[in-house]
Design a binder for this molecule. Structure first.
Ligand SMILES: Cc1cc2nc3c(=O)[nH]c(=O)nc-3n(C[C@H](O)[C@H](O)[C@H](O)COP(=O)(O)OP(=O)(O)OC[C@H]3O[C@@H](n4cnc5c(N)ncnc54)[C@H](O)[C@@H]3O)c2cc1C
Length: 548
C-alpha cells in the first residue's frame, strides 16, 4: 500500500520482501470500510470487492455449538454484489462510500502488488531481503540480497528514508532497539494463548451442514473453541482452533488437525457417511492470540516502522492489517511532500504521533473484543437435548447475539479514528464526538474523517476529492473566495483542488462553509474565512509549527 501511495506520486522506491511472492496463507480476512475507502481513493476498491468469495456468497457471521451443530447467534451482512448499492441507502453510523469486504489478505495483496508494479518509479523485489542497514544522518545505507543468494549478489542501496514494514519479528525494530509497550500473554477460553491455524480444502463442508451458509463460523462449546472462514466459497477455508495449555502445539501433526477439524464440525457428517470428512491440508502453523502491543517509537532518525512491526493485535475485530494500511496511507503523502520539497522534514515526525495514537486505540479495542468473546464460558450442557441444554442455549444466544454486533458492526472503530493533538491539525476549539466502537457520529471537527455524503446525482462526495489536498467550499455563500487558498497552495507547491458544493445540507453536515481535507482524507481545518489561508496551509504541512 505504501508503494501505491508513493508510486502514484512518482517517488522512487525499492521494496524488498523475503517471501517469494504475495502471501500464500489467507492471513487477515476482513477489509474494513475505511480501508475500502482508501482503495476507492486509488481506484481499485471494486477490483478488491470482486476478490475472494463469489459475489453472491453470504458474508454472515454465525456462532454455533459446532460448525454443523446448533446455531446460537448470527449477524446477516450484505453480499459483495449487494454492498455497493446497499451503502448508498445507509446513513448515520454507516454514512460511507464503502462497506467492509470479507476477503482474505492473500487476494488483496495480489491487487495491491499489481497496482504498485504499474508505477514506473517502483522497484518491487520479492525473494530479496534486507541484510543490514545504517542511518548515516544524511541517508540510509543498506545491503539487500536475494534469499539464498551469495554475498556476490548483494546490492548496496542508498535511500533518503527507510520503512521497516517487516512484520511481527521485525529485524528493523530489533536493530533499532525499540521495544514493545502494552500488554501480552492474555489467557482466555478463546483468543488467548496458542492457536493452531490450518489452511485447508473441505469441499464437503456445506453438504451435511443444516445451517444457512455463512462466511465465518465460530464454535462455542465446552470441549473446544474454534472458528473457520471461507476463503473462496468453494471449500477452501481458514480454520483456527484454540489449543489448551497442556497441548504441545509445536508437535501437532496433520492427523491432529484433521481430528480437531472433525470435532469442530460435529457428528452430522459421520452419521451420514459413516466416516470423518476428508480434508486436504494446504498449510498449518501455530500462532499466539493475546497481544495488544505497540512499539515504543515508530521512528528513529530516517527509519520508520509500520504494520505488524509497529503494532501487534489479537485478531478480534480484524484490525491488524487495516491498521497497517492506514499507517501506509498516513506516511505516504508525508514522505512524498518532504521528498518533493513541499514540506519540511519535521512533517515526518507527525507520523509517529498520529499512528501511535491509533495503534494504541485499536489494539485496546481488539483486546476488549477478545475479552468479550474469549471470556464467555460455554455451559457444559450447551449441546444437551434437555431442559438444561435449552436454558444454556438461551443464555448463549442472548450473549453471543450481543457480542457478534459488538465485534462485527464497528463503524465507530472504523471511521472514528482521530489525530487530535497533532500539530498539523488546526483545532477550531470544538470537541469531537465521543469515541465509541459501535457508533460513529459524522463530524468535521478537525482531526477526523470527513463526513461522507452521497450527492443528488449519486456520486460519492469522496470521489470529488483530490488525491492530494481538497478545499471544500460549501453552501450558498458564493462571496466566500477560495482564491487565498489557491494562491498560498501554489506558493507552497501544494496540489490543491477546490470543490464547490452549493446547497445547505453539506454545509450543515460540516458545520462550516470551508473545510480543508488532507491527502489521507482527514479534516485538517474548517472555518468560515480564508484570510489565514497561508498560515493554515503552512501549519498542515508542518512548516509553521515546530517538531512535536
Ligand atoms: C496466520 C495468520 C493469520 C492472521 N489472521 C488475521 C486476521 O484474521 N485478522 C487480522 O487483522 N490480521 C490477521 N493476521 C495479521 C495480519 O496478517 C497482519 O496484521 C498483516 O499481515 C500485517 O502486515 P505487515 O505487512 O505489517 O506484515 P506481514 O504481513 O507480516 O509482512 C511482513 C513482510 O516482511 C517480510 N520480511 C521480514 N523480514 C524481512 C527482511 N529482513 N527483508 C525483507 N523482507 C522481510 C516478510 O517476508 C513479510 O512478507 C494474521 C497473520 C497470520 C500470519
Amino acid at each position: 500500500m505504501l508503494a501505491n501511495e508513493l508510486g502514484r506520486r512518482g517517488i522512487r522506491c525499492l521494496i524488498v520482501d523475503s517471501k517469494p511472492g504475495t502471501a500464500f496463507n489467507p492471513q487477515a480476512n476482513a477489509t474494513q470500510a475505511r480501508t475500502m475507502e482508501h482503495y476507492r481513493r486509488h481506484g481499485f476498491a471494486q477490483e478488491v470487492r470482486t476478490q475472494g468469495l463469489p459475489a453472491d456468497h453470504p458474508t454472515d457471521i454465525a456462532y454455533l455449538t459446532r460448525f454443523a451443530g446448533i446455531e446460537l447467534a448470527r449477524l446477516r451482512l450484505p453480499t459483495a454484489a449487494a454492498a455497493p448499492e446497499a451503502i448508498k441507502h445507509m446513513s448515520g453510523s454507516w454514512s460511507a462510500a464503502e462497506l467492509p469486504h470479507r476477503v482474505s489478505q492473500k487476494f488483496v495483496e495480489v491487487v495491491l502488488r499489481e497496482h504498485a508494479q504499474s508505477w514506473p518509479s517502483i522497484d518491487l523485489r520479492y525473494g530479496w531481503q534486507l541484510q543490514s542497514f545504517q542511518d548515516t544522518g544524511q541517508g540510509i545505507e543498506a545491503t539487500v540480497q536475494p534469499v539464498g543468494g551469495t554475498e556476490a549478489q548483494a546490492v548496496q542501496v542508498r535511500a533518503a528514508y527507510m520503512v521497516g514494514a517487516d512484520g511481527a519479528r521485525s529485524m528493523v525494530r530489533a536493530q533499532l532497539g525499540i521495544s514493545w509497550e502494552g500488554a501480552t500473554g492474555f489467557k482466555r477460553n478463546f483468543m488467548g494463548g496458542r492457536m493452531l491455524a490450518v489452511y485447508l480444502r473441505a469441499p464437503d463442508f456445506y453438504k451435511y451442514n443444516p445451517n444457512d451458509r455463512a462466511w465465518m463460523y465460530v464454535v462455542v462449546n465446552p470441549q473446544l473453541r474454534a472458528f473457520i472462514m471461507s476463503v473462496d466459497g468453494q471449500g477452501e477455508m481458514a480454520f483456527h482452533i484454540q489449543m489448551k495449555d497442556d497441548e504441545a502445539t509445536e508437535a501437532l501433526t496433520e492427523a491432529d488437525a484433521k481430528y480437531w477439524f472433525n470435532q469442530a464440525y460435529g457428528k452430522s457428517y459421520r452419521e451420514a457417511t459413516g466416516h470423518d470428512m476428508a480434508i486436504e491440508i494446504l498449510s498449518m502453523a501455530t500462532w499466539t492470540a493475546g497481544h495488544a502491543l505497540v512499539a515504543q517509537r515508530f521512528q528513529e532518525g530516517r527509519v520508520f516502522l509500520g504494520g505488524d512491526a509497529a503494532h501487534l493485535f489479537t485478531p478480534t475485530g480484524g484490525l491488524g492489517y487495516n491498521t497497517a494500511v492506514e499507517d501506509a496511507v498516513n506516511l505516504g503523502w508525508k514522505l512524498a511532500h518532504v521528498l518533493r520539497g513541499a514540506a519540511p522534514a519535521s512533517l515526518l515526525d507527525t507520523y509517529a504521533y498520529e499512528r501511535k495514537l491509533l495503534a494504541t486505540r485499536n489494539t485496546g479495542y481488539a483486546r476488549g473484543l477478545a475479552d468479550s468473546v474469549g471470556l464467555f464460558d460455554a455451559d457444559p450442557h450447551l449441546e444437551d437435548d434437555s431442559p438444561e441444554g435449552v436454558a444454556a442455549r438461551a443464555v448463549a444466544d442472548e450473549y453471543l447475539n450481543g457480542h457478534v454486533r459488538r465485534e462485527f458492526n464497528i463503524p465507530g472503530i472504523t471511521f472514528g479514528g482521530r489525530y487530535d493533538g497533532s500539530p498539523i491539525i488546526v483545532s477550531d476549539g470544538t470537541h469531537p464526538p465521543a469515541d465509541e466502537p459501535n457508533v460513529y457520529i459524522p463530524s468535521a471537527c478537525p482531526g477526523g474523517r470527513p463526513p461522507h455524503a452521497w450527492l443528488p446525482d449519486g456520486t460519492s462526495l469522496y470521489d470529488l476529492f483530490n488525491f492530494e489536498w481538497t478545499l471544500l467550499v460549501l453552501g450558498e455563500t458564493q462571496a466566500l473566495s477560495a482564491q487565498p487558498f489557491e494562491t498560498a497552495a501554489a506558493a507552497l507547491g501544494l496540489d490543491l483542488k477546490v470543490v464547490h458544493q452549493a446547497g445547505t445540507e453539506l454545509q450543515a453536515l460540516y458545520q462550516a462553509p470551508l473545510a480543508l481535507i488532507r491527502p489521507d482524507q482527514i479534516v485538517a481545518w474548517r472555518g468560515d474565512g480564508s484570510q489565514e489561508a497561508s498560515s493554515i496551509l503552512r501549519q498542515v504541512v508542518g512548516s509553521e509549527f515546530g517538531v512535536l
